[in-house]
Design a protein around this ligand. Sequence first.
Ligand SMILES: NC(=O)c1ccc[n+]([C@@H]2O[C@H](COP(=O)([O-])OP(=O)(O)OC[C@H]3O[C@@H](n4cnc5c(N)ncnc54)[C@H](OP(=O)(O)O)[C@@H]3O)[C@@H](O)[C@H]2O)c1
Length: 322
Amino acid sequence: MSEIKTLFNVIGPISIAVTIPWIIFKMFCTVWLKKGYNNLVGKVVVITGASSGLGEALAHEFYKHGAQVVLCARRRQELERVRTDLLHSHSKDMTHPPIIIPLDLNEPSELQNHVDKILSITGRIDILVNNGGISHRGTVNDTTLEVHRQIMSVNYFGALALTKAVLVDMLKNKKGQIVFISSVQGLVALPERSAYSASKHALQAFSDSLRAEIASSNISVSVISPGYIKTKLSLNALTGSGKAHGQMDATTESGYSPEYAAEQIVKAVVQKKKEIVLSTLLPQVAILLRKYMPLLYYIVMERRAKKLEQQKQFQNVMGKNQ
Ligand SMILES: NC(=O)c1ccc[n+]([C@@H]2O[C@H](COP(=O)([O-])OP(=O)(O)OC[C@H]3O[C@@H](n4cnc5c(N)ncnc54)[C@H](OP(=O)(O)O)[C@@H]3O)[C@@H](O)[C@H]2O)c1
């Protein structure tokens, strides 16, 4: 009995010494986060790929917190639909109506003009979210050079050119935030996604260089690497010949909701996180395998490639027999 009493006498003060600072730390984090969300009020946030999926959800999340969102993508009609949705689904007190700027990330030479137009309306850009992108389905052998170029052009050169165009003003103002929506596939490459994985790996490297260069100008860089999100990404992915894949993959279908992903991303932006991986356990394990046990990663990916090949052969046979 006296031993138990002694144990309590030891554990009691230790747990109090750990718990009280932990509660204070958590309270500090909550207050700091709330302040960060409050700071979004009136911020000019440019979002590419805002006509669907994650970009659309990000527009809602930033707008909900009082930001002035600038919606960019190719399809004007879809951007107008998103703007109408924003105006109808949130508080009538929002004082910054969303702005629409149709643009094509595959036309990098035009992007400076689009940025100039945004600046002529808003006067500044506080946050740039490079989200617009396309995915890929096909082996290296079956994919034309043109498709490789197109995916690199939209996902990498498009984001790069837009960032450069926005950076001039941010450097002048000595403040700003640049966000890149990369992917888990920017950290681990998968078979039959070579163009997509390569474009996202390029984004990761570009961001690391950029972050270091502009840190002294009070401009932060956040890289977000999501796993699967339930959007139209796989439907719009380009096959080896450049056609739309047109299928909702089971992995994408079972992914996070765009709304949940957007909530987590805006939280990371508010916290000025340098990078986050937004995924379930399996992709996180794959990232660790690639880094610390590459031999095992090579074996797993070889098996995956073989399985994909067998699935295609099976589908071909079934198609011929019908
Ligand atoms: N869904 C996932 O599982 C997942 C996972 C990791 C990362 N991501 C990343 O999340 C981002 C958003 O994709 P999503 O999942 O929301 O797919 P999505 O629903 O297909 O949306 C893609 C967006 O990119 C825009 N876009 C495509 N090509 C463009 C171009 N040439 N110029 C300008 N905009 C263009 C599209 O708009 P327009 O067609 O109107 O131009 C659309 O708004 C992408 O960067 C993707 O790589 C997605």
